[in-house]
Design a protein around this ligand. Structure first.
Ligand code: HEM
Length: 505
């Protein structure tokens, strides 16, 4: 009995302490419209038993009924605010003070921007063109059939980003022999050639991790690190992480050795192409913090970020673009005509960055796709200062999710929002002047997407290649996509489109 009284006493003290300490924060949060929340369990009780796509639909309904700023209590002690309010998004993303995305990579961000210089992008365009040709040859095997583009494009995007990391490699065997990617071949230096080795362990591991992160977010029990380590999901996560880390480590170690031996052995640096251009990895290997080189594990963190941000996001955007082109044949024909006029009829000729820059209508189509299907549907900031917009104040130390997905579908910002109309982004024909923060699929402000030019180039390169070679269509039953918002937005059942070779070869 005495023990029970003592426990109740301790709990009461803790509750009073919590209420006093967080009184102001909770009072401010209480003014924000909230998703249904229950004592002890918070909002999660309302999401229990729902599939990923059902959770996403529930969040969409919440956004429609609660308005542009609303609160989700993942537990009684942790609230997240979702916002599609343009002014609030501007405050959050433009502020230097509100950043909290700690990563060693910030030290080299400025330097990495060098990796997207125009001349370097031209070399990327060649890598993209090369892998696009492989993708087209693979697709030709499915003429007049319906196939899932998601798996095909993710392998292509993975090859492109790995091509970036490894374009200068001469010693491909060092990586290939790591067993993980047996079957890879070295066409342009070191290549993973995922498109020729569709059982890529790496891609499977990325999928696994994304899914686990999503499921963990909405599971009360698994959110606790302590309890989580006893679950089967934790074991799966560890296995997937090992695949990712082994791969990245092998790339780093191999390149470091190569740079070291090249610097001893090569008088003429161009013999090995070492300084032909700086790949991301080389920039990281050569960078220092306070005079000390980055360790392999520092570099791994950055390479992982790039590998992840650099292939899953583009896969999603490319697939949704192809889906929209299949759904709207007249838009597909306009894209085809533009490609024909700009790039000519020779399907084997290298498409340069200059050519890609001239594909204006295709770019509008991709932008419109990203409005309705932003690859990163929500991205968070832990705000370090209060943000006040109108009568609402989001207190500091709250997690704010910029809801790019809801923003793009907000009728107050985009008229007739579900209409797919690439010309709404055409500065020449459309006079609507929107706040630049009303369209943020690549985020904005000091921590925006560093790879957006690379991404746009890659998306244009592969979409143009596919549309020049094939006509795409979608059947009625595959037209409705069931969406899930893991780290990246994706269709639960892939993107199933019919391919038909165009009569031009
Ligand atoms: C359609 C394609 C892409 C989209 C929609 C996209 C979108 C985004 C968004 C919204 C963010 C901010 C995320 C956040 O604040 O949490 C971001 C960050 C980032 N992206 Fe992208 N991205 C794309 C492609 C790429 C590519 C191809 C690369 C690399 C080659 C890349 C590299 C990065 C990096 C390194 C960051 C972290 C920046 C930082 O924290 O300062 N992204 N991206």
């Amino acid at each position: 009995m005495a023990l029970l009284v003592f426990i109740l006493f301790v709990i009461t003290i803790l509750v009073i302490w919590y209420q006093r300490k967080f009184y102001r924060k909770n009072a401010l949060l209480a003014k924000i419209p909230a998703f249904k929340s229950y004592p002890v369990f918070g909002s999660r009780l309302a999401l229990i038993g729902k599939s990923g796509s059902e959770i996403f639909e529930t969040l969409q309904d919440a956004s429609e009924t609660l308005g542009p700023v609303w609160r989700l209590d993942l537990s009684p002690f942790s609230s997240s605010v979702f916002t599609s309010d343009v002014k609030m998004i501007e405050s959050v993303l433009s502020s230097q003070k509100l950043l909290d995305k700690g990563s060693g990579y910030k030290f080299v961000r400025g330097w990495l921007q060098e990796a997207f210089h125009f001349n370097i992008l031209q070399q990327f365009a060649e890598i993209m063109d090369h892998h696009g040709q492989i993708c087209v040859s693979n697709l030709k095997k499915f003429d007049d059939q319906e196939i899932d583009f998601f798996s095909i494009i993710s392998l292509n995007a993975f090859d492109v980003i790995c091509g970036e990391f490894s374009v200068n490699y001469q010693s491909v065997d060092m990586i290939r022999n790591k067993v993980l990617f047996s079957g890879a071949e070295s066409a342009m230096g070191c290549k993973i050639n995922a498109q020729k080795n569709s059982e890529s362990e790496y891609i499977k591991a990325v999928k696994e991790i994304s899914n686990i992160i999503f499921l963990r977010t909405f599971n009360q029990f698994k959110r606790s690190d302590f309890l989580y380590q006893f679950t089967e999901m934790y074991q799966r996560e560890q296995n997937a992480l090992k695949v990712l880390h082994d791969f990245t480590d092998s790339v780093i170690v191999s390149r470091r050795k190569e740079l070291e031996s090249a610097s001893h052995a090569v008088k003429n640096e161009n013999d090995f192409g070492i300084k032909k251009r700086k790949a991301f990895l080389d920039l990281l290997l050569q960078s220092t913090i306070d005079g000390n080189p980055l360790t392999n594990s520092d570099i791994r963190e950055e390479v992982d970020t790039f590998m992840f941000e650099g292939h899953d996001t583009t896969t999603s955007a490319i697939c949704f673009t192809l889906y929209n082109l299949a759904k709207y044949p007249e838009i597909q024909e306009k894209v085809f005509e533009e490609c024909k006029t700009t790039l000519g009829d020779d399907l084997q000729q290298l498409v340069t960055i200059h050519d890609l820059n001239n594909l204006h209508y295709l770019e509008l189509t991709i932008k419109e796709t990203l409005r309705l299907y932003p690859s990163v549907p929500f991205y968070g900031r832990n705000i370090k200062e209060d943000v006040t917009i109108g009568h609402l104040t989001i207190p500091k130390d709250t997690n704010v999710n910029v809801a790019a997905f809801f923003l793009g579908r907000n009728p107050d910002i985009f008229s007739d929002p579900l209409k797919f109309d690439p010309l709404r982004f055409d500065a020449e024909t459309n006079n609507e002047k929107n706040n630049p923060y009303a369209y943020v699929p690549f985020s904005a402000g000091p921590r925006n997407c560093i790879g957006q030019k690379f991404a746009m180039l890659e998306m244009k390169s592969i979409v143009a290649k596919i549309i020049r070679n094939f006509k795409l269509s979608v059947t009625k039953e595959n037209e409705k996509l069931e969406l899930i918002a893991e780290l990246v937005l994706r269709p639960v059942n892939g993107v199933k489109l019919r391919v038909q070779k165009r009569n031009n070869d």
